[in-house]
Design a protein around this ligand. Structure first.
Ligand SMILES: [Zn+2]
Length: 107
């Protein structure tokens, strides 16, 4: 969960994304560690986490992870703290059941 602090993201948000992508359920324990039902290889987590970072964290302009995800008028807006650029993030259409993207997880 240190990673969440680095990314300026709520552990709950990251958790919802991970769980949805893996199609499983789980929760955070007292130490803010993610407890997931089922068996998953660390490799799986890495891949999903990388996608989360690409979709929900990294700035398109300067590739900085120092961004804030906020919700404005039902749109999600990713604003970069480094270069000041922003982009709105369109909700990802759920083609597959588990595919929620960073937005439906609800920032
Ligand atoms: Zn930037």
């Amino acid at each position: 969960m240190d990673l969440c602090k680095t990314m300026h993201r709520q552990p709950e948000h990251v958790m919802i994304f991970l769980l949805a992508e893996m199609g499983t359920s789980g929760s955070l324990d007292g130490q803010q560690r993610l407890v997931v039902k089922g068996r998953f290889a660390p490799k799986n987590f890495e891949g999903i986490l990388r996608r989360y970072i690409n979709e929900c964290v990294i700035c398109n302009g300067c590739k900085s992870p120092d961004t804030i995800l906020s919700k404005e008028n039902r749109l999600f807006f990713l604003r970069c703290e480094q270069c000041g650029s922003g982009r709105s993030v369109a909700p990802i259409k759920a083609g597959f059941v588990a595919r929620v993207g960073c937005l439906k997880a609800g920032a």
